[in-house]
Design a protein around this ligand. Sequence first.
Ligand code: MG
Length: 378
Amino acid sequence: MRTIAILGATGSIGGQALDILEKYPSDFRVAVLTAYGSAEKLFDAVRRFRPDAAGLVLEQPVPPDLADVAWFFGEDCSRRALLAARPDDALCAVTGIAGLDAVLTAARVCRRVLLANKEALVTGGRLVLEILKKSGSLLLPVDSEHSAIFQCLQGAGENRPRRLILTASGGALRDLPKEEIERAGPDQVLLHPTWRMGEKITVDCASMMNKGLEVIEAHYLFGMPSDKLDVLVHPQSLVHSMVEFEDGAVLAQLGVPDMRAAIGYAMGYPGRLPFGGERVDLARIGTLSFSAPDLTRFPCLGLAREALVAGEAHMVALNGANEAAVEAFLEGRIPFGGIHRTVRAVLDRTVQGRLDTPEAVYEADRIARQRAWSAMKA
Ligand code: MG
């Protein structure tokens, strides 16, 4: 029996994780549940799983029947709940740089960190890896592409990969001409063709910033430089990613687009947890197609690569500017094309540098957001 924390329990990944956990009551005990502001949803989950500790970023009165749980409120509720309950595993499924503090804490106190928050590695990748090195904890990817690469690397032995190939659905605007992409609004962008996810990541998929963030995530997870991290557009989302070895052999991991597969693999690793999802039927699908990404229509992927090469200050600036621009886009304040223009403007004002502490990361993030908002007003 392992104890597990679900941080971001009311989001898309958190909810799917709880559905899997409900199927394996003798393998896992939920020790911590935290959420941002969906109090009623979190209270329901706390009733279902009876964790030791629970947290909400936005404080709410706790119903009397849940008073025996240790409650934590505020920005650092995930950190304090982890320190109070010290679970074996933590699934970090908070969106954005807001999840960095929880990931750093989980890397210190938990034996396994199940990572569904790519922004934590984009903004604080080196800090996370340094803590893991000291604690000896295991980092298990939950992002489907990185889970696929991780699965392909099982049994690779001493053979280093020559290249990693991340696949991308292409997002909701994949086939539109550039002018239409630039003008697109939230209604169009939030219709993801294959995956069902939260709003922020769905916008990131449409701009291909998501794939850019994933290139950076893969750099930290697998220790690969930018020029060995390729991206292929694959509209069917069946091949979740691939690994090429020195002899030219390419290993791929396939599955239907269902996040429960990647969540369950990280939870059960090294075992596999069946969860009753659909199965791949290649005879029905018939054809798998692939193409190179179009950086003219989707400049965010190129911006992310540029930030990875430029270094830590640029990666934090990229992420902060993107988070601010996506927020503005969802509020209807800028058109879709405003996202890449904002990120471009903020990267142009960023000075190269290393960020050695979480405080330095947060300060760089704050400045990037400020610059993003002023670029959007201009
Ligand atoms: Mg992904």
